[in-house]
Design a protein around this ligand. Structure first.
Ligand code: NAD
Ligand code: UGA
Length: 464
């Protein structure tokens, strides 16, 4: 039996950081080293004040504090960590390709390939290489080819162990996972490698929740899970538009269908659209894979989930303009929230970015407040779209660290993230300081409609 004592994880991001921190916390006998090329990120992970680690995630700072310097290490010395480890997790980013064949659809695997080449060059002893990143089905084959043909004699086993954590609840998801999925080769060596990783997770995950499959099923299950989850959001968002036309209430519809145990109640919250670094990227990747096998109907079916999501973001912005008498030019619109969901400082693909872009095109003045997102990130996000010069974005968007100031003199408020604190504000005070008539567009259905209407707001929620 292979007993792993030394783990290396390449990539200290939203997955590598929390996942490895929990492994170190739960397995005090295993040394876990997380490496990254980004020296600034590693320095932040090593910051003496654990509240300055680069990722905000409830419970993460405490876990890092409990293990850091004991059996959890953050380093930029990638080669040293690879050399010392028996098991190497690859947790690097796999964004949508922005160039060449598959541009805008396929996953960009250049970081994965780089890792494989580096492992091949450095490894002097046998290693188990674990795909933690989300990868197109059959990527393990490419990794194996690189390792076997560029290496210096060491033997490699490739496992697929996709991560299902959601940001904002990552620590709870890691400590109490619905399941852990491990895919590996069906031969004896493959089974031994699977067993080694099963043993790591068995330190805290009940055996019946650890599912083992062949590599391809595991790789494809991850894309499938994200596609199904995103599909539910697009499905309820599609119904939200119909609700708005017919007098049905999307929350009531969601509740009614969610009580059917075959449908289930989770992931049926209509919204301004799903964001985050993965749903869109993974579905587009799935669409690309289906197309590459000539499966046009399969590709079209899944692509519609993304098309619907883009439509939802766009119609939220359009609705604001229409309701404000067809012009927002020169009007202040306050944004409550910029993160793609609550309890995270991650803003990748957040709906707020696209709504802001549309409103800037209409010459609105936007004032943003988010409890966890820094000003520089907000400008980075909007500049990344490339719609207009950075200087213009700077003039169009103001970032404030006080929500009351953000809403002062605004014509309208748009709720873009479901932060709990928004529900606790003194809404009477906010109303008093706004231009009249004062509008609230609740893109997350979190505010009390009756209360706000009584105060005098003109109030709209998605799907109502
Ligand atoms: P991230 O961008 O936060 O982190 C990736 C890190 O890898 C970066 O810090 C980058 O500097 C580093 N890196 C890239 N190439 C490297 C190399 N050759 N050597 C060393 N470091 C390198 O990304 P993430 O959100 O952690 O996602 C990573 C993977 O996990 C993706 O495939 C994603 O689809 C998947 N995933 C993400 C989530 C999530 O919630 N974010 C959940 C499940 C799965
Ligand atoms: C998602 C999956 O939930 C994870 O299982 C997966 O590991 C991860 O993607 C990944 O592969 O990266 P995450 O994107 O972090 O996790 O967060 P979710 O809770 O799934 O939310 C995604 C987006 O959908 C958010 O913008 C959220 O506000 C939105 N959403 C979610 C809704 O609009 N309605 C819902 O009912 C649920």
């Amino acid at each position: 039996m292979i007993s792993v004592k030394n783990i290396c994880c390449i990539g200290a991001g939203y997955v590598g950081g929390p996942t490895m921190a929990v492994i170190a916390h739960k397995c005090p006998d295993i040394k876990v080293t997380i490496v990254d090329l980004n020296a600034e990120r590693i320095a932040a992970w090593n910051d003496e004040d654990v509240n300055n680690i680069p990722i905000y995630e409830p419970g993460l700072a405490e876990i890092v504090k409990s293990a850091r310097g004991k059996n959890l290490f953050f380093s930029t010395e990638v080669e040293k960590a690879i050399d010392e480890a028996e098991m190497i997790f690859i947790s690097v980013n796999t964004p949508t390709k922005t160039y060449g064949v598959g541009k805008g659809m396929a996953a960009d695997l250049k970081y994965i390939e780089l890792c494989a080449r580096q492992i091949a060059t450095v490894a002097k002893s046998n290693k188990i290489v674990v795909e933690k990143s989300t990868l197109p089905v059959r990527t393990a084959e490419a990794i194996k080819n690189i390792l076997d043909n560029t290496g210096n004699g060491a033997r490699f086993q490739i496992l697929s162990n996709p991560e299902f954590l959601a940001e904002g609840t990552a620590i709870d998801d890691l400590i109490n996972p619905d399941r852990v999925l491990i895919g590996g080769d069906t031969d004896e060596e493959g089974q031994k490698a699977i067993e080694a990783l099963v043993n790591v997770y068995s330190n805290w995950v009940p055996k019946e929740k650890i599912l083992t499959t062949n590599v391809w099923s595991s790789e494809l299950s991850k894309l499938t899970a994200n596609a199904f989850l995103a599909q539910r959001v697009s499905s309820i968002n599609a119904m939200s538009e119909l609700c708005e036309k017919t007098g049905a209430d999307v929350n009531e519809v969601a509740r009614a269908i969610g009580m059917d145990s075959r449908i289930g109640s989770k992931f049926l919250k209509s919204s301004v659209g799903f964001g985050g670094s993965c749903f869109q990227k993974d579905i587009l990747n799935l669409v690309y894979i289906a197309k590459s096998y000539g499966l046009k109907e399969v590709a079209d079916y899944w692509e519609q989930v993304v098309i619907m999501n883009d439509h939802q973001k766009k119609r939220f912005a359009t609705n604001i303009v229409k309701t404000l008498y067809n012009t927002v030019s020169g009007k202040k619109i306050a944004f409550l929230g910029w993160a793609f969901k609550k309890d995270t400082n991650d803003t990748r693909e957040s709906a707020a970015i696209y709504v802001a872009d549309d409103l800037l095109n209409e010459q609105a003045n936007i004032a943003v407040y988010d409890p966890k997102v820094e000003e520089s990130i907000i400008y980075r996000d909007i500049n990344y779209l490339g719609t207009r010069a950075a200087e213009e974005n700077k003039q169009g968007i103001e970032v404030l660290n006080d929500p009351y100031n953000a809403c002062k003199d605004a014509h309208a408020i748009a709720v873009l993230t479901e932060w709990d604190e928004f529900k606790t504000y003194d809404w009477q005070k906010i109303y008093n300081n706004m231009k009249k008539p004062a509008f609230v567009f609740d893109g997350r259905n979190i505010l009390d409609a009756d209360k706000l209407k009584n105060i005098g707001f003109i109030f709209q929620q998605i799907g109502k």
